[in-house]
Design a protein. Sequence first.
Length: 88
Amino acid sequence: MDASTRPMPELELALMRRGVDELTAARECCGHCHRTPLIGERVYTYRSGRLLCELCRSVQRDTPLSSHIVHGPEFGHTMRIADQRTAA
């Protein structure tokens, strides 16, 4: 039997589903189109707590309370080298 067509045991399937559910719960998504905003895209938060992507912002008539840019998973875990030398 080919390895790609083997039946998946129940435990393996349950673990895979749990992992996908955890990844889905941790990420932001648009309250209108349910799309996951791309890295570098601006998202807007409204008084109701609703989060809208740049594409769906025109759907909401209210002014957003805040906005932020979506960062990748490496954000905050990278090092920035700062030149500490004084000008001579």
